[in-house]
Design a protein around this ligand. Structure first.
Ligand SMILES: [Zn+2]
Length: 659
């Protein structure tokens, strides 16, 4: 299906920014420290049981390795991590930011796991479990007697996390997505073979549902089963269309199975205009369903209603449920419309949600070409995703508090296999995603980040570090004998303070001029357009995007403000004295002690909060050459800094101001 714009392959873009490069390497190092046999243990045990192996034989097949502990991987949701891990390995395998040695290590790890999963599927051949892959624990004999019991229970509406079912379709979504990614991104043919076999098992299962059973299943979190099945369908369809024999002859069944997971009654709600549609609804259950709606449109552009569902839902989340960082949710749930100040707690902004919203935004941009999706992507990548990592350990957050005074809490290597740990693996192995997009006539610079794009016809390099300067230098170099035949579209940042300036200086012999004066360029749909004929033979383009402090309040907290400097959300440094944690939900660690008694700030020398905000550059003063900002003229002396790298101490993004 034609898109408006296309993202580049992950292999075509390399991030050169030092902080992002370190983030990638920390993540990959931790991923490689994991024991693949322990992540595979549950899959091997399941296959062994289906095949009829006894306990001892099973143990040998499992190479004597046990599942990881921590109540997730050794619980009924066990196996979800391997799904994320496959996706992340596939992304890492093609990431030009890794050395040849690192790429080799991740590629070997990916091949090893695929080989093992194939072996598991082979064990189940000719049984009712043919194609089935699953890695959950077996908490009782009844689960060993029936390795599909969680799926049976869901069909009966039974969902006790410890004794009946812990979202098995959600886990299946992660597994199938990981297999799709291993084929689509890393080009492993074996992954498609495994995905197709699994797809047939899933299709068989869904084909057995009555409408009533279907409804019951959809009442229990199922991730983006529609998304991953539409994706598998599309992969196969494209292979068939290009006469590649790898496609599965029955791939149409994947689209039918996907549609079984389209929750039309829910989708219709977003068109109703009613208020509080998502009040107390589980956020990360809901977001992937709407990404699945978009996936239906991606596979069939006649289904415009599904695009409408996706766009409308995205708008509701952004306009009514999203904090300044781009994150959403309180204790995993959306709260009432615009109930954000009242719901600032220690458990906001689940990482899975921002991971999914970011993916969603970029895919919506590809389909619609609307700039607002790129604006959101920048905000979220920097302030929620990059902000989710501990930059020394590489470990990542589950929640990020929006209440003032808590610290970020990170997973550890071998115990906290949370959902967000898995999305963390995915986030930091594809940091080059979404920097550039293209169509036949345009190259879109969507994100300003030091990076390099290499295509068959040309290369583009971008120098940028907004923590040091507001200047971006983009160099376009056509390959020998070719011309850069596109217009360059530069996204105008939402945080721009004043007018940008753009200077060109020619590289090629025919460069129209060594023009170093400011150019007046067209602006179109939120982009500055550098005409292709000016840069056909190569060019340096120097852009200055002036930045300053912007103030962001909450609709239910008109005097509760967060600050940004350029694209960076700022948070106050609150020290390390009070950083206690406790267990929350199912073995999730969260911050539980505030570093400040209150988040009230009294303004001393302005007549109103509005005046304070209007004159913010007098009150939040940037130190020369540093990303440190002193709050002055208030009863509290605070130092704000960029939130993305605040991982050592307690922090405060939002404060309530009064005169
Ligand atoms: Zn999560």
């Amino acid at each position: 299906m034609e898109k408006k714009y296309y993202a580049f392959n992950l292999a075509d873009v390399r991030v050169n920014d030092k902080y992002y490069d370190e983030a990638l390497h920390l993540q990959v190092k931790n991923m490689l420290l994991l024991d693949a046999d322990r992540l595979l243990a549950g899959f091997r045990e399941t296959a062994g049981i289906i095949h009829g192996l006894d306990e001892e034989q099973c143990n040998v097949f499992m190479k004597g390795k046990k599942r990881y502990t921590g109540m997730w991987e050794d619980g009924l949701i066990g196996g979800h991590t391997l799904g994320h891990y496959l996706t992340a390995l596939a992304q890492a395998a093609v990431n030009p930011g890794l050395s040849a040695l690192e790429q080799k290590a991740v590629t070997e790890r990916l091949s090893y796991i695929l080989e093992a999963l194939k072996e598991c599927q082979d064990m189940a051949k000719g049984t009712e479990g043919e194609g089935f892959l699953f890695g959950a624990a077996f908490p009782g004999k009844e689960f060993r007697d029936n390795p599909f019991l969680q799926f049976d229970n869901v069909e009966r509406g039974l969902q006790d996390l410890f004794t009946q079912a812990w979202v098995p379709w959600y886990t299946m979504h992660k597994i199938l997505t990981g297999l799709n990614a291993s084929f689509k991104i890393a080009g492993m043919p074996q992954a498609l073979e495994i995905a197709n076999e699994l797809g047939i098992w899933i299709a068989r299962r869904t084909e057995s549902w009555s409408d009533e059973v279907n409804k019951t299943v959809l009442n229990i979190e199922y991730g983006g089963m529609n998304d991953c099945l539409y994706e598998l369908y599309q992969i196969n369809r494209e292979l068939k269309e290009s006469e590649n024999s790898l496609y599965h002859p029955e791939y149409e069944r994947f689209a039918a199975a996907a549609h079984r997971f389209d929750e039309t009654a829910l989708f219709e709600k977003v068109l109703s205009g009613q208020e509080n549609i998502f009040k107390n609804v589980h956020a990360n259950t809901t977001i992937p369903k709407f990404i699945g709606a978009l996936a239906r449109y991606e596979t069939d552009h006649n289904e415009t209603g599904y695009l409408e569902y996706a766009e409308k839902f995205f708008d509701i989340v952004i306009s009514k449920h999203t904090y300044v960082t781009g994150g959403n949710s309180e204790n995993e749930h959306f709260r009432g419309d615009n109930t954000l100040d009242a719901e600032r707690t220690n458990v906001n902004n689940e990482t899975c949600n921002t991971h999914n919203m970011l993916k969603f935004a970029r895919r919506l941009y590809e389909q619609t070409g609307q700039k607002k999706y790129l604006d959101y992507a920048e905000r979220t990548l920097i302030n929620a995703i990059t902000a989710s990592q501990n930059h020394e350990s590489g470990f990542t957050t589950y929640f990020q508090a929006m209440a003032t005074g808590y610290q970020k809490v990170f997973n550890n290597l071998d115990g906290n296999f949370w959902c967000c740990t898995g999305t963390g693996y995915e986030n930091f192995t594809k940091l080059q995603d979404g920097i550039f997009f293209e169509d036949e006539e345009k190259l879109i610079v969507a994100l300003y980040l030091a990076s390099e794009l290499k295509t068959q016809d040309y290369s583009v390099s971008m120098e940028c570090d907004f923590t040091v300067s507001d200047e971006v230098k983009i160099t376009v170099i056509p390959h020998s004998g070719k011309a850069f035949g596109k217009d360059l579209y530069l996204r105008i940042p939402t945080w721009l303070q004043g007018d940008e300036s753009v200077k060109l200086s020619g590289l090629g012999n025919n460069a129209s001029s060594a023009d170093t004066s400011d150019l007046i360029l067209d602006r179109k749909d939120g982009f500055v357009v550098v005409p292709g004929d000016r840069i056909a033979d190569g060019c340096d383009i120097c852009i200055k995007w002036p930045m300053g402090i912007t103030c962001h309040n909450l609709q239910d907290g008109k005097d509760t403000y967060a600050f940004m400097y350029g694209p960076y959300v700022l948070s106050a440094r609150l020290g390390t004295a009070r950083m206690k944690t406790k267990t929350h939900g199912v073995a999730v660690n969260v911050a539980c002690e505030k570093a400040v008694e209150s988040d009230n700030i009294i303004i001393e020398n302005e007549k109103s909060v509005a005046d304070f905000v209007a004159n913010i550059s007098n009150h939040l003063v940037k130190r020369d050459g540093e990303m440190e900002f002193d709050l002055v003229g208030t009863d509290r002396k605070l130092v704000f800094t960029t939130h993305y790298n605040q991982y050592k101490e307690s922090y405060g993004i939002y404060w309530r101001y009064e005169v």
